[in-house]
Design a protein around this ligand. Structure first.
Ligand code: PRP
Length: 179
């Protein structure tokens, strides 16, 4: 384990098992609907890819990039659009795929933005949910794991762009981000 990590929170095996369960749930609920799966870059990249591989129904993909955090550990509440979707979503069944819902600011912003574009339906799928940190109310439809308020990295999640490529999810030592 990397010396910057306090402990492992979720192993790659636990992630894979839960991703499979979510994929089967989406398969069941969206059968015959060809949903548009939206990856919120960059953190949800691996979750998105594994989820799509595990799903069996036909689906289409698109990517969006927004930023709420700088190099620090707290949400600024200000969402910046860095890359919008490449296609209109009017009339589509949209499932937005996130790595983590923390304050909820990012997803409440995206939910309101997408609502203006009149999709047929809209759902939120997140690997991780930290309900204790919620500032903006968001309804999560699919959630991998509810987790306590720890700074976590790995499986796409970073701290100042580091540790994203770790296969498991780890708790980062306080000394690393409280300098
Ligand atoms: C992270 C994460 C979510 C958001 C969640 O993204 O991927 O998009 O923060 O936090 P919130 O619920 O408090 O809004 P980040 O801005 O760090 O970008 P990244 O995914 O490119 O690392």
């Amino acid at each position: 384990m990397h010396p910057d990590f306090e402990s492992m929170m979720i192993s790659k095996e636990e992630i894979a098992a839960r991703v499979g369960e979510i994929a089967r749930e989406i398969d069941r609920q969206y059968a015959g609907k060809n949903p548009l799966m939206v990856c919120v870059l960059k953190g949800s990249l691996f979750f998105f890819s594994d989820l799509l591989h595990a799903m069996e129904i036909p689906a289409e993909i698109d990517f969006i990039s927004v930023s709420s955090y700088g190099a620090g550990d707290k949400s600024t509440g200000k969402i910046t659009m860095k890359k919008d979707l490449s296609e209109p979503i009017e009339g589509r069944h949209v499932i937005i795929v996130e790595d983590i819902v923390d304050s909820g600011n990012t997803l409440s912003h995206l939910r309101d933005l997408f609502a203006e574009r009149q999709p047929a339906s809209f759902a939120i799928c997140t690997l991780l949910d930290k309900p204790s940190r919620r500032v903006s109310d968001v309804k999560v439809d699919y959630c991998g794991f509810r987790i306590p308020d720890e700074f976590i990295v790995g499986y796409g999640l970073d701290y100042a762009e580091r540790y994203r490529l770790e296969n498991d999810i780890y708790v980062l030592k306080r000394s690393v981000y409280e300098k």
